[in-house]
Design a protein around this ligand. Structure first.
Ligand code: GDP
Ligand code: MG
Length: 175
């Protein structure tokens, strides 16, 4: 890329949700176009950046990933500090990970700025035959809580670019 280009905006976006829903692989797919079935390989990374052009402006996204802190209330307030966007990720083959979205949203709203843009993400859409969360349930929750919503597959690369671009464009729009 052209590293002499000036950065117009830096947006911090945090990934939250239960362990094993695919947060790290969504980020790996978005930032490096990679995917791994072995999660251990990517543990410990704080955040990844990716620079995009939105509306002729250079937007640097800084996407934060939890490193095994997914236990309830274990994510610290430093993680949320300064975040202008959040992606609430569940595994669409694991009902419990969707049911926990209520908690994650509550925790997010307790820490983050009220203007934060939030996107609900049902990941692993490639495992369609194992679906445990009807799309209507997620849509209803998203509508009620004023969240964007998308289903993704980090494995097949479905909607990954789109969901990050959507949230970043929306963040750009209000900043
Ligand atoms: P995290 O704990 O939320 O960060 O989850 P990971 O990104 O580490 O993923 C947990 C497991 O789910 C790993 O074995 C991944 O390879 C797998 N995984 C992640 N995303 C997908 C996906 O879109 N489809 C499928 N089939 N597996 C996925
Ligand atoms: Mg992870």
């Amino acid at each position: 890329g052209d590293y002499s280009q000036k950065i117009d905006y830096v947006f911090k976006v945090v990934l939250i949700g239960d362990s094993a829903v695919g947060k790290t692989q969504l980020l790996a797919r978005f930032s490096r176009n990679e995917f791994s079935f072995d999660s251990k390989a990517t543990i410990g990374v704080e955040f990844q950046t990716k620079t995009l052009i939105i509306d002729n402006k250079t937007v640097k996204s800084q996407i934060w990933d939890t490193a095994g802190q997914e236990r309830y209330r274990a994510v610290t307030s430093a993680y949320y500090r300064g975040a202008v966007g959040a992606m609430l990720v569940y595994d669409m083959t694991k009902r419990q990970s969707f049911d926990h979205m209520v908690r994650w949203l509550e925790e997010l709203r307790g820490h983050a700025d009220s203007s934060i843009i939030v996107m609900l993400i049902g990941n692993k859409s490639d495992l369609a035959s194992l679906r445990a969360v009807p799309m209507e349930d997620a849509e209803e929750f998203a509508q009620r809580e004023n969240l964007f919503f998308m289903e993704t597959s980090a494995l097949e690369s479905t909607n990954v670019e789109t969901c990050f671009l959507t949230i970043l464009t929306e963040i750009y729009r209000i900043h």
